[in-house]
Design a protein around this ligand. Structure first.
Ligand SMILES: Cc1cc2nc3c(=O)[nH]c(=O)nc-3n(C[C@H](O)[C@H](O)[C@H](O)COP(=O)(O)O)c2cc1C
Length: 299
């Protein structure tokens, strides 16, 4: 019997629902699936307040881990590890990063095939690159990646995620906006990725070409405008994080970052994108394709 560990963090329960849908076909196929939800020693209150939300930005971006409540794993070795995580500020969330740096988890990842599944608003590329590196540093073998997102437009999901994060309600804001987060139907449909994995469990070389099949089934979707914005924002976030982490009175700087973020998203990004669409994108097709492949692939 194949032994599979599905380990994840979630605040709202969204990732728990995803892991449940995703792993059900694997359980139905007769594999043993051990699900572990990690908890933090100092938990992040959900819903967030505005200041607690922005307050985690420097540690997220700088990759500062925090203490996880002790967790026990039934096995010392697994045939497959599934990691469910979410990006915070274009970085792995602090709980996910803390897990990836946890000595017990590093040990169990060594030499083990790993599938990652993330559920983001829509900007997950940089977090994925960092998670991919942590897995590789631990000696794990990333064999598949699934990236779920809120499919509404960038400004709309920006508004609705704040409503969700600051009220805890995954509901339609003012009855006008769409529901935030990953669509419920799509959460249910992650079972199709579980079926792909279940079908491969007893094949020889069963992880070969898994990612090709996942991509073919739309497990990962890369949109150029979001890739463009995230590429720039990654560098800018890192500068802000370094500045803020060195300040004694962080409140002022975090507030400045918050206003900067609104300004950058609603004013700067559309202008920069328009300029790029006219002056850059048409002449750099090959480079853009190579970049997309970098995010689609596993190494
Ligand atoms: C502090 C914080 C920062 C976030 N930053 C991002 C981000 O940079 N990109 C993104 O697509 N989603 C971002 N999100 C949304 C999360 O990735 C995730 O979709 C949401 O928090 C639900 O996850 P859950 O399963 O923990 O409830 C952020 C959420 C939080 C709480």
């Amino acid at each position: 019997m194949k032994k599979i560990l599905a380990i994840y963090y979630t605040q709202s329960g969204q990732m728990r629902d995803i892991i449940n849908s995703f792993t059900q076909p694997i359980i139905d196929a007769g594999a043993s699936v051990e699900k572990v939800e990690i908890k933090m020693v100092n938990s992040y209150n959900f819903p967030w307040t505005g200041s607690s939300f922005f307050g985690v930005m420097p540690d997220c971006v700088l990759g500062v881990p925090a203490a996880i409540e002790p967790f026990t794993l039934k096995e010392s070795e697994y045939d497959l590890i599934i990691i469910g995580y979410q990006p915070w500020f274009l970085s792995p969330s602090i709980p996910s990063n803390s897990l990836l740096n946890h000595p017990d988890f590093i040990k169990v990842m060594q030499g083990t095939p790993v599938v990652t599944i993330s559920a983001a608003r829509n900007m997950w590329l940089n977090a994925f690159v960092r998670v991919r590196k942590s897995i590789s540093d631990a000696g794990g073998k990333l064999v598949g990646n699934i990236a779920l997102v809120d499919r509404h437009s960038n400004p709309i999901s920006f508004v609705t995620i704040f409503y969700w994060m600051l009220t805890g309600k995954k509901e339609r804001y003012l009855n006008i906006f769409p529901k935030p987060g990953v669509d419920e139907q799509e959460i249910e449909d992650t079972a199709k990725f579980g079926r792909i994995i279940a079908a491969r469990l007893n094949m020889p070389d069963y992880w070969e070409s898994l990612q090709v099949e996942l991509v073919h089934n739309e497990a990962v979707n890369i949109k150029y405008p979001l890739m463009f914005i995230e590429g720039k924002a990654k560098i800018i976030f890192s500068v802000w994080a370094k500045i803020i982490s060195k300040r004694e009175k962080k409140g002022f700087w975090l507030a400045a970052f918050k206003y900067y973020l609104f300004f950058a998203l609603f004013i700067v990004a559309p202008i920069a994108l328009t300029v790029d669409m006219i002056l850059v994108k048409p002449f750099f097709g090959d480079r853009i394709l190579a970049k997309k492949n970098f995010y689609l692939q596993l190494n």
